[in-house]
Write a protein that binds this ligand. Structure first.
Ligand code: PEP
Length: 249
């Protein structure tokens, strides 16, 4: 049985004080949640204060990116050891906004995934098709290729511990959600590609989230589907009440 995981991707929103306020609002709302892994991913500069605010709570801390090298001359980048020292547990990798605006490639995402695992960070690896790819009928081909490339070179136990986030790009931040049946069908295809690349055991264990305008009004329908193991939440993660409703689907 896979434990659901709901992660809030705050993107480039919330100052340090706003992050602290949101966390202080979330903690009592989510205090009784034991059956879902809950993660919040604030911007880098707020990570230290967020870690302090989250201490002792059942909410884990994640970030939205990291570099694949351990240290060195990479101006403006963040190394995995810096995150580990601050108590970060999860790292979102290969979000479509990073692929689209910052030139991230499948190869880079694979390097980051391997480094994250090496440092004990749990990767949340994002994959998803564009509207053009969906309309061309190549969704499964695209997302299964992204999945296999992201997980390349991992052992079975490492792959089983990765979280995948299937996010159709046309559904992110648009208010348009994939239907629960469509999302489940694509996620089932992703799971089948994990089976092909690793084994049935890894495919049965790996958690695959849906992301793309998931919110209080559609979360229960999506989470009722057998292959959907959670959500990566953008807009609805920015308000404590909305996010807690999603977590308590
Ligand atoms: C996201 O950025 O990962 C996301 C799913 O955003 P939204 O929920 O706003 O569509």
């Amino acid at each position: 049985m896979r434990k659901p995981i709901i992660a809030g991707n705050w993107k480039m929103n919330k100052t340090a004080s706003e992050s602290k306020t949101l966390i202080e609002q979330l903690i009592p709302l989510l205090a009784d949640v034991t059956e879902v892994d809950v993660v919040v991913c604030p911007p880098f500069v707020n990570v230290e204060s967020a870690a302090a605010a989250l201490k002792g709570s059942n909410i884990a801390l994640g970030v939205q990116n990291m570099h694949y090298e351990q240290s060195g001359a990479y101006t403006g980048e963040i190394a995995p050891s810096m995150l580990v020292e601050l108590g970060v547990q999860y790292v979102i990798l290969g979000h479509s906004e990073r692929r689209q605006f910052f030139g991230e490639t499948d190869e880079g995402v694979n390097k980051k995934t391997r480094t994250a695992i090496e440092f004990g960070l749990k990767p949340i690896v994002c994959i998803g098709e564009t509207l053009e790819e969906r309309e061309a009928g190549i969704t499964n081909e695209v997302v299964c290729k992204q999945t296999k490339l992201a997980l390349l070179g991992l052992s079975e136990s490492e792959a089983a511990d990765v979280v995948l986030a299937y996010e159709p790009i046309w559904a992110i931040g648009t208010g348009v959600t994939a239907t629960a049946d469509d999302a489940n069908e694509t996620i089932a295809a992703i799971r089948a590609s994990v089976k092909e690349a690793f084994s049935g055991d890894v495919a049965a264990k790996i958690r695959i989230q849906y992301g793309g305008s998931m919110k209080p009004g559609n979360v229960s329908e999506l989470m009722a589907k057998p292959d959907i193991d959670g959500g990566l939440i953008g807009g609805a993660a920015l308000k404590a009440e909305d996010f807690s409703k999603v977590v308590k689907f």
